[in-house]
Design a binder for this molecule. Structure first.
Ligand SMILES: [Mg+2]
Length: 276
């Protein structure tokens, strides 16, 4: 069920409640978005790196539970920003998935959209060349049109021009993010399908209980997976509107605090299981 983001319970204040749910589960699985979740949102996407301490917290956690970073960024771009080796990475909104052993999967058959993406990218470059501050980011299976650095009066114009161009291309769709238009293949691949795919890979002997932390509209596909109660969605505040996440965190600093609390809890759960 959707709720206004502003009305969600804090995942830190209500950690005892989350902890109770997690303690009833045998195995946990943690997935996190990158930009705006473990990294601050930066003026240009090439500057984003994980907040200090977050990689350390994830490294500790990864000794006990499977972890995935699920992002709209390309796999290659994502891998340049995080040094952790023993975790899953999902890039390009679920079109590329890398498992810890190094095997890469392409669940959405993204290759077939490359030609149309290239075509629209050329058109966008021409159509937006007079809008100062517009940044077209070329990705493997998508294009991001960033307008964070545009003048307020130009933002609407950029959105209108991009939407008009895309109207003629049914193979692609636009998702409006935080000061960015994501142009992605019109397929069933998204962050939710990526989490589902990774869970199929890890759920061999025992079902894992997923926790996903994300901040933007594309993360809602992942939060929606948990509407049946199997899984916890945590949204990092920063946009207005509604969400299907169950809890919220204020910012990336709170994400770090949450991961540290989770790390302690997971170690205690594991130790109890060893004793039992
Ligand atoms: Mg994000």
């Amino acid at each position: 069920m959707e709720q206004p983001i502003s009305e969600l319970k804090s995942a830190l204040k209500f950690f005892p409640q989350i902890s109770k749910t997690l303690q009833q589960e045998k195995r946990l699985f943690l997935a996190l978005d990158f930009d705006g979740t473990i990294s601050e949102i930066t003026n240009t996407p090439d500057k984003a790196i994980p907040l200090k301490g977050i990689e350390e917290a994830l490294n500790l956690l990864s000794a006990f539970i499977p972890i995935a970073i699920v992002s709209g960024r390309d796999l290659q771009n994502l891998r340049q920003r995080i040094s952790l080796k023993n975790i899953f990475y999902s890039g390009s909104h679920g079109f590329e998935i890398l498992e810890p052993g190094g095997k890469v999967y392409f669940p959405g058959k993204g290759m077939k959209f490359m030609e149309v993406l290239e075509h629209i990218q050329g058109q966008l470059k021409t159509a937006l060349c007079n809008i100062s501050g517009a940044l077209i980011e070329e990705k493997k299976f998508s294009i991001a049109v960033h307008y964070r650095q545009c003048k307020e009066m130009d933002k609407g114009k950029l959105i209108e021009i991009t939407s008009l161009l895309l109207k003629k291309i049914p193979e692609l769709k636009i998702i409006k993010g935080k000061q960015v238009l994501e142009i992605i293949p019109n397929s069933l691949c998204n962050k939710g399908s990526a989490i589902g795919f990774i869970m199929c890979l890890i759920n061999h002997e025992v079902q894992h209980f997923p926790i996903f932390i994300g901040d933007d509209i594309t993360d809602e596909d992942a939060f929606r997976l948990f509407q049946n109660g199997h899984g916890i969605g945590v949204i990092v505040k920063g946009r207005k509107g509604k969400t299907t996440a169950g809890y919220s965190l204020q910012n990336t600093l709170e994400v770090k605090e949450f991961l540290e609390k989770l790390s302690l809890l997971v170690r205690n759960i594991e130790m109890d299981q060893v004793k039992a």
